[in-house]
Design a protein around this ligand. Structure first.
Ligand code: FRU
Length: 522
């Protein structure tokens, strides 16, 4: 931005010191400007992306013998949706991923695709597919029969099992295990409910905006427990449900249940998908919403976080979710190649009481701190200019922590991925109390006319302060505001050289209590 060069920079630095910590690791992933026309330049460093081809929902997240498994919706033949198959990767630390052979393939002959679902470790061998000594992994997923024969077409729930830790899978010979003879009935999410000593499945009727709960002793025979409906947002669809138990305000003796539903986006004027949740009690039969049915709670305010589900049976007790970082509204047009689609960072959920009620908070898993290489640290700066360039710091793989103390500026924030005519703005509007990501000038935006957007979320200052954690990884920005009460996730496709950063304040000043920028790398 030419303007930038001439901008009057008004910066008072009370005690501005820059402290640099250098890590010994060599392959710093920052500042690498690859060729402008090379679509591989968007390949994220610490977000999971498949080596090639199309990806959508994460499936079958489960912990087993030291590995966090990720199965995911995958097209083995191309970069658009189709031939849905469960692909497979694992991680031990949420930072490095190992790609494994595709796990559950479509059955093309019978026109059956493998849609979303979950995996459990059947510890007591309740299914009989393994032994008690060597418990099987059991996958519970939707089989989508797209046959032209109306008698056969539809969605039903199937299972498959693995006795080698998730590499080889055998489809159960007596599938389906649940069939309502419906066109749309999908995305079973199963977990062990200890108090009622049964497996519980949440599964949706997407176009009827209903979540059904089933119970089973052996993962093969299921009976309906209850139905949850007539609540929250019912504008577009309900998909990928997940019921998760969380300690309220960190109190392990006071737990509540969160029901996550992939549905519409808070921007009600569009066909964008998004995620909502409900908070309530679950007694092994019924989910009781603690809020009024008319209350809609949003898990995300960005356009690029969908189909998130938690890792099952995580031994350290954290409830960690992973989402697909894309939006059905433009997913198959994003300009990456030879892959299309990626996952969010794994996020630890918590449940906290606020003045307005109980809310979910999300934070990137702490393991990501391992990526921190070099720290640029600033303190107590007063920003009162239209622009202030953060000198000497550039990069497209960064973690930023920033705390503002509101003064008289009407709007303030930080710009990332800045280049000659490009910028992605993370800002706060004091009057309307809204935090936002504005990607309208973020780089390539016109591959689809609904991609360019500004996504805002309500955010109250806490004691006059606004705090953000921002993750930038080549083609994405994730913002976690005020300890994760708000999350905004956005894909961006900047030019290779757009790696600048600057702070801004409009019509007044803002104080920056501290600003930490870590260059990240593996
Ligand atoms: C959600 C979804 C699921 C379905 C899968 C198909 O993104 O539509 O409901 O199982 O994708 O790929």
């Amino acid at each position: 931005m030419i303007k930038l060069l001439f901008a009057f920079v008004f910066l008072t630095c009370f005690a501005c010191h820059q402290q640099e910590k250098t890590n010994t690791a060599s392959n710093l992933a920052v500042g690498t400007a690859t060729t402008q026309n090379d679509p591989t330049r968007f390949r994220p460093i610490f977000h999971f992306s498949p080596p090639k081809n199309w990806v959508n929902d994460p499936n079958g997240l489960v912990y087993h013998q030291g590995n966090y498994h990720l199965f995911y919706q995958y097209n083995p033949y191309g970069t658009k949706w189709g031939h849905m198959t469960w692909a497979h990767a694992t991680t031990k630390d949420f930072v490095s991923w190992e790609n494994l052979p595709a796990a559950i393939p479509e059955n093309e002959q019978d026109s059956i695709m493998i849609f979303s679902g979950s995996v459990v470790v059947d510890t007591e061998n309740s299914s009989g597919f393994g032994t008690k000594e060597k418990p099987p992994l059991v996958a519970i997923y939707t089989a989508f029969n797209h046959s032209a024969d109306a008698q056969k077409a539809g969605q039903s729930q199937h299972i498959a099992y693995s006795n080698d830790g998730g590499i080889a899978w055998v489809k159960y010979e007596k599938n389906p295990i649940l069939d309502l003879k419906k066109k749309d009935f999908r995305d079973p999410n199963v977990f062990w409910h200890a108090p009622s000593k049964q497996w519980v499945m949440a599964v949706v009727l997407p176009l009827e905006f209903k979540c059904l709960f089933y119970g089973s002793k052996n993962l093969k025979e299921w009976k309906l427990l209850s139905e949850f409906a007539d609540a929250g947002n019912k504008r577009l669809i309900w998909e990928c449900p997940a019921l998760v138990e969380l300690a309220l305000d960190g109190d392990e003796k006071n737990k509540k249940w969160a029901l996550l539903i992939s549905s519409a986006h808070p921007d009600s004027t569009s066909k964008y998908v998004g995620m909502q949740y409900f908070v309530g009690d679950f007694d092994g039969k019924t989910f009781k919403n603690l809020h009024k049915p008319s209350t809609t709670l949003w898990l995300e305010y960005g356009k690029d976080f969908y189909a998130a589900i938690p890792w099952n049976q995580n031994p350290d007790g954290r409830k960690i979710i992973l989402g697909w970082m894309n939006n059905w509204a433009y997913a198959d047009t994003i300009p990456t190649s030879p892959w299309r689609g990626q996952m969010s960072v794994p996020r630890t959920m918590a449940l906290k009481t606020y003045a307005e009620g109980i809310r979910i908070t999300q934070q990137p898993v702490k393991e990501l701190e391992k990526l921190r290489k070099k720290l640029h640290h600033f303190e107590n700066m007063e920003i009162g200019s239209p622009f202030d360039l953060i000198k000497g710091v550039r990069g497209n793989v960064l973690e930023i922590e920033i705390e503002f103390e509101i003064q008289d500026a009407k709007e303030f924030g930080i710009k990332v991925a800045q280049g000659k005519a490009e910028e992605t703005i993370i800002g706060y509007e004091v009057g309307s109390q809204q935090v936002y990501i504005d990607r309208r000038k973020s780089g390539m935006v016109d591959f689809k006319n609904n991609f360019a957007s500004k996504d805002s979320a309500p955010l109250r200052a806490e004691n006059g302060k606004i705090k953000w954690k921002i993750l930038l990884d080549k083609c994405s920005v994730e913002v976690f505001a005020n300890d994760g009460i708000v999350a905004i996730t956005s894909l961006i496709f900047p030019s290779a050289g757009s790696q600048g950063l600057s702070l801004f304040a409009k019509e007044g000043k803002v104080k920056i209590k501290h600003l930490m920028i870590w260059e990240l790398g593996k």
